[in-house]
Design a protein around this ligand. Structure first.
Ligand code: GLN
Length: 555
């Protein structure tokens, strides 16, 4: 009889580590490796390790760390988890994500519960052992043939040393089951005009000092890695040259698995892991390729304004904070043979320069995504009113839905001080109120992991845009919020034409608000985050409905 909770005897672990600099596509590499292995008939899961002390990503500012990606079980994680879910078309859980904080937290909890039976609990080996336990459990839980484990940061940093130590221990325990892929950057300094391998050589040595030798090196760079430099890396980094894979910059991340397969990466990985894999699945590969091709179709565009505030850092614009929204827009646009052109507009600008509102006319659609706090709220409210009055398709995601309701209450119920408790707790008309269950958390400053998080069911009203888009009566969507539409205002809002087309099964929580199609082509907001469930080959129905409305507006 098969024992429960036991990893497949032959489960393989592919560790993906970073050399030289971060932010050059380690997450996409890990996702792409997962995809090409999946396409060879292997079942794959993925783990992200973030070396910071935060227990999860939920308490971090998105401009610091990018998007907080919410899993079905409510875990607030790194945006790479979204990449894994999207590339692999799987749903991950809490065990697939770990941080230094999370690992220490469980070791300390266990120590307090006397689970170490009086032993001295030490950083080594107990921390790496906890890490190993988690990695194996993720494999067991999903019955995976292969677990892709991405270790955040770059080699040689203090922060990830214990994770590398865990990987090394796994390798020594089962040498055939553990392999290492290093993603390293080869700069081409403009004054030198030549791609340099030396930083990568140093990175491999740094990894060697952790007792680890990479099996595969993904050579990231502006351009293709030529054979001369491939040989150099091979010689000085101690690896066969055919295991050095060129990974030049690409226009679209969805080309990366395709490029990897041009270098026969799945063959090489399977050979190193010693697994018998199937021939590539032609049908699903051609589906992926034709999806990826859409990114290169630049002729037919749909112009979307994204109004937010988490994308400016110094002189740079970081759209990472809304990564899942951007990807969701791509999938739905590609399915309609369009390419989305997204413009980033700062909500605060509509407060300081109200005449900028007119510029919104040039867009086919407007999105106000999720957010927190009061900065930019008035600007958002103005933009939403403009979208409603000018009949520009509008899609509000979480905060974007709450603001749509606030503005409607101000304009149609004549409640000039209508607001959310998050912005002004002393207002008389708190249209968006704190949830009962949240009051205690706020009183105790207990912010981490305490919002309404993860998957909840919503029931849809017949005859609405939402019901038509989904084509079913009940849906499950992922949430991340503390505030809700105040039930005391629902009757009045509906009497004035706003339709709450999705509600929690008990009818108490408003999940979707919309205006009927005869009043506005698309004016809809969701309390949940639909973007977390959009997948390359199965676009999200509400994003698709929004994009279709944008395309019709264009005509
Ligand atoms: N700040 C709002 C709330 O907590 C919306 C959150 C969000 O947009 N994710 O309810």
């Amino acid at each position: 009889m098969e024992k429960k909770n036991q990893a497949k005897d032959n489960c393989k672990y592919v560790f993906v580590v970073g050399g030289v600099i971060s932010g050059v596509g380690k997450g996409i590499t890990a996702s792409s490796i997962g995809l090409i292995l999946k396409n060879r008939g292997l079942s794959v899961t993925a783990i992200k390790i973030d070396p910071y002390v935060n227990v999860d990503a939920g308490t971090m500012n998105p401009t610091e760390h990018g998007e907080v990606f919410v899993l079905g079980d409510g875990d607030e994680t790194d945006q790479d988890m979204g990449n894994y879910e999207r590339f692999l078309n799987i749903n991950l859980t809490r065990i697939n994500y770990m941080t230094t904080g999370r690992v220490y937290q469980s070791v300390i909890e266990r120590e307090r519960n006397l689970e170490y039976k009086g032993k001295c609990v030490q950083v080594v080996p107990h921390i790496p052992l906890e890490i190993i336990g988690r990695i194996k459990k993720a494999g067991t839980n999903s019955k995976a043939d292969v677990v892709v484990v991405e270790i955040g940061g770059t080699v040689g940093e203090y922060e990830n040393i214990l994770f590398l130590e865990a990987a090394r221990m796994m390798k020594i325990e089962n040498p055939k089951d553990v392999i290492f892929v290093m993603v390293s950057y080869l700069p081409t300094p403009s004054k030198v005009g030549e791609m340099k391998t030396k930083p990568t050589q140093h990175a491999v040595r740094a990894l060697n000092t952790s007792g680890i030798q990479p099996d595969i090196l993904i050579a990231r760079g502006e351009t293709v890695l030529d054979s001369k430099r491939k040989e150099k890396i091979s010689l000085f980094c101690n690896m066969q040259s055919d295991r050095v894979i060129s990974a030049p910059d690409v226009e679209s991340i969805y080309d990366i698995p395709i490029n990897f397969e041009k270098e026969h990466l799945s063959d090489k990985l399977c050979e190193i892991m010693g697994v018998a894999c199937k021939a590539p699945d032609k049908k699903s590969w051609s589906a992926w390729s034709s999806f990826a091709n859409h990114a290169h179709n630049g002729k037919n565009t749909v112009k979307i304004a994204m109004i937010g505030k988490y994308f400016e850092t110094g002189d740079f614009i970081l759209s990472d904070s809304y990564l899942s929204v951007i990807e969701a827009l791509k999938y739905s646009s590609y399915a309609e043979n369009k390419k989305p052109i997204i413009s980033w507009l700062n909500s605060v600008d509509f407060e300081t320069h109200p005449n900028k509102l007119k510029e919104l006319k040039k867009y086919d659609g407007i999105i106000v995504p999720g957010g927190f706090g009061s900065r930019g709220v008035e600007g958002n409210l103005r933009a939403i009113k403009f979208a409603r009055e000018s009949k520009i398709p509008y899609f509000g995601l979480c905060y974007g839905m709450q603001m749509m309701v606030i503005k409607y209450a101000r304009n149609k119920l004549n409640l000039k001080d209508a607001t959310t408790k998050e912005v002004n707790p002393s207002s008389k008309n708190i249209v968006i109120d704190v949830m009962e269950t949240q009051k205690e958390h706020l009183k105790n400053n207990s912010y981490g992991g305490s919002m309404r998080l993860g998957a909840y069911k919503a029931v849809l009203r017949d005859g609405t845009i939402a019901r038509g888009a989904y084509g079913k009566k009940e849906v499950i969507e992922r949430h991340r919020h503390r505030y809700e539409v105040n039930p005391a205002f629902v009757g009045d809002l509906e009497a004035k034409g706003l339709v709450f087309s999705g509600r929690s099964p008990d009818g108490k929580l408003m999940e979707i608000a919309e205006l009927p199609k005869k009043i506005h082509p698309f004016f809809l907001g969701t309390q949940f985050h639909p973007e977390f469930l959009a997948r390359p080959l199965s676009p999200h129905p509400l994003f698709t409905a929004f994009i279709k409305a944008c395309i019709s507006k264009k005509k």
